[in-house]
Design a protein around this ligand. Structure first.
Ligand SMILES: NC(=O)c1ccc[n+]([C@@H]2O[C@H](COP(=O)([O-])OP(=O)(O)OC[C@H]3O[C@@H](n4cnc5c(N)ncnc54)[C@H](O)[C@@H]3O)[C@@H](O)[C@H]2O)c1
Length: 267
């Protein structure tokens, strides 16, 4: 039986992860490859993609890696040009997955960090879309999936003002794009992950939020979630897979929240 993304060419940005295991981008590359997509994996850290390549190969998938900083205009253009060339001149799917938080509110956060957060979480969507949309429009088909966060729709426990603002921006950027391109065959949707157990928990968040105590951070995060546990990158990947596939042909300019019920809860 053909895979759900058979033959499609998919750019996945942030396709590595900060550590070993199921980061969102890595899991997206794996899940898409398992369903027959040809993966163009992009990360600024080549080594971070080693495990991604291994996971894609495990499921018999095809993957080309590309090193770029997607927050830079030249990096974004080079990424799209290389993806277009890699698999015979088409791009069917773009997943803008790069992102991450820096702590603090307007008082504690420097202007430099604020600006960097804008680039890291939002500007790269604009840059990638600038170059991918003309390709998709010419094809008369394409699917864009952007990765936001429940921090973009709720206060989820940590004050990270720029992250909240940019992740809200991801959602509205995508809605506007989806409406504007609806008649051109290009769909745009967002996956909104809640608090996930990705490698980030051990690599950075435990230090930032729990004095390095990983078990304590996991307990705090689990407690906020009605289901009582954090999902991992594969849960995000499966939502992205649906949105990227033709099964979602009537779905555009909207979001899927993947958070174990957290954002529906009030306490
Ligand atoms: N982990 C979570 O709990 C969680 C929750 C909500 C939303 N998210 C979102 O999911 C996405 C992925 O998160 P993750 O925790 O799986 O990521 P991660 O930090 O493990 O991996 C991100 C990858 O992106 C790469 N990268 C960073 N900046 C880049 C740049 N400028 N150009 C190219 N590559 C770059 C890194 O090298 C890394 O390999 C992010 O947008 C994040 O905001 C994560």
């Amino acid at each position: 039986m053909a895979g759900r993304l058979e033959g499609k060419v998919a750019i996945v940005s942030g396709a590595g992860s900060v550590g070993p295991g199921w980061g969102n981008g890595r899991a997206i590359a794996w899940a898409f490859a398992r369903e027959g997509a040809r993966i163009f994996a992009v990360d600024r850290n080549e080594a971070a993609m080693t495990e991604t390549v291994a996971k894609v190969k495990e499921v018999g998938g095809r993957i080309v890696t590309h090193v770029a900083d997607v927050t830079k205009a030249a990096g974004a253009k080079a990424m799209v040009d290389a993806a277009f060339a890699a698999y015979g001149g088409r791009i069917d799917i773009l997943v803008n997955n790069v992102g991450g938080s820096e702590p603090g509110g307007p008082v504690e956060m420097s202007e430099e960090v604020w600006d960097r957060q804008m680039d890291h979480n939002l500007k790269h969507l604009f840059l990638a879309c600038k170059h991918v949309l003309p390709v998709m429009e010419k094809q008369g088909a394409g699917a864009i999936v952007n990765i936001s966060s429940t921090s973009g729709i709720r206060f989820t426990g940590s004050f990270n003002i720029a992250y909240s603002a940019t992740k809200a921006g991801v959602i509205q950027f995508t809605r506007a794009l989806g409406v504007a391109y609806a008649k051109k065959g290009v769909r745009a949707n967002t996956v909104v992950p809640g608090q996930m157990h990705t490698p980030l928990v051990e690599a950075r968040l435990a230090g930032q939020r729990a004095g390095g105590d990983v078990a304590k951070l996991i307990e705090t995060r689990n407690k906020r979630i009605p289901m009582g546990f954090m999902g991992d990158g594969r849960d995000i990947a499966h939502a992205a897979l649906y949105l990227a596939s033709d099964e979602a042909r009537f779905v555009t300019a909207t979001e899927i929240i993947v958070d174990g019920g957290m954002s529906a809860k009030c306490d």
